[in-house]
Design a protein around this ligand. Structure first.
Ligand code: GRF
Length: 210
């Protein structure tokens, strides 16, 4: 059974997609054993509570230095003994020591087709505003392993979504969430739980189902 720890900062719709997918059997052999938020008001914590999943809040604002936060945060993560850590809209920089300790065991959902519209400053609605500004015809989402960079780790899954005429950033964000994020994040967790994802030469490879 894959022990999954989910890190959140906001509404938690991706967390909800994971919880629902486990409940409905689309994610096999995995359980969400904890949720940690940096934001005490994150509705994601309400979703965890409703699902009976232990949730806690650890905010950098509660510590005098980032180093102090990083140390306490990593201790809190370790307490869950996670096999996989899922960043589901988590907006805090992951401590380098945590990247090393959980090499290729931390995944992130990003609301674009990486390497487009990603990296520093590209998060939430800003991603979709930039896509519409550029006039791209296809957007989408990416699940990738987290490394020391920002949105730079090995790509596991991607799913494309067409831009519709008259799309606003909010409308596009909603479609990317519904048609891409909420599908490929659970799919990636199931693939990992089935042992079908390997990283070779810095690239993630998904093995065929037996
Ligand atoms: C999602 O758009 C996700 O792609 C991005 O942050 C947002 C989180 O939304 N990383 P939610 O908290 O899962 O609703």
């Amino acid at each position: 059974m894959l022990r999954v720890l989910v890190l959140v900062s906001g509404g938690g719709t991706n967390l909800q997609a994971v919880l629902d997918s486990i409940a409905e059997g689309r994610i096999r052999d995995a359980e969400v054993t904890g949720v940690i938020s940096n934001n005490p008001n994150a509705y994601a914590l309400e979703r965890a509570k409703a699902a009976g999943v232990p949730g806690k809040c650890i905010s950098p604002k509660s510590f005098d230095t980032r180093e102090e936060f990083n140390e306490k945060f990593l201790e809190a993560v370790d307490e869950y003994r996670p096999d996989l850590i899922v960043l589901a809209g988590f907006l805090v920089v992951i401590p380098p020591a945590m990247i090393s300790r959980y090499r290729n065991r931390i995944i992130n959902i990003h609301p674009s087709l990486i390497p487009s519209f990603c990296g520093t400053g590209y998060y939430g609605l800003k991603v979709h505003e930039a896509a519409l500004e550029r006039g791209v015809k296809v957007v989408g989402a990416t699940v990738h392993f987290v490394d020391e960079g920002t949105d730079t780790g090995p790509i596991i899954l991607q799913k494309a979504v067409e831009v519709q005429p008259g799309d606003t950033p909010k409308a596009l964000q909603k479609r990317v969430m519904e048609q891409a994020e909420w599908r490929i994040l659970p799919e990636a967790i199931d693939l990992i739980a089935q042992g079908r994802v390997r990283v070779t030469d810095g690239r993630a490879v998904v093995a065929e189902e037996d």
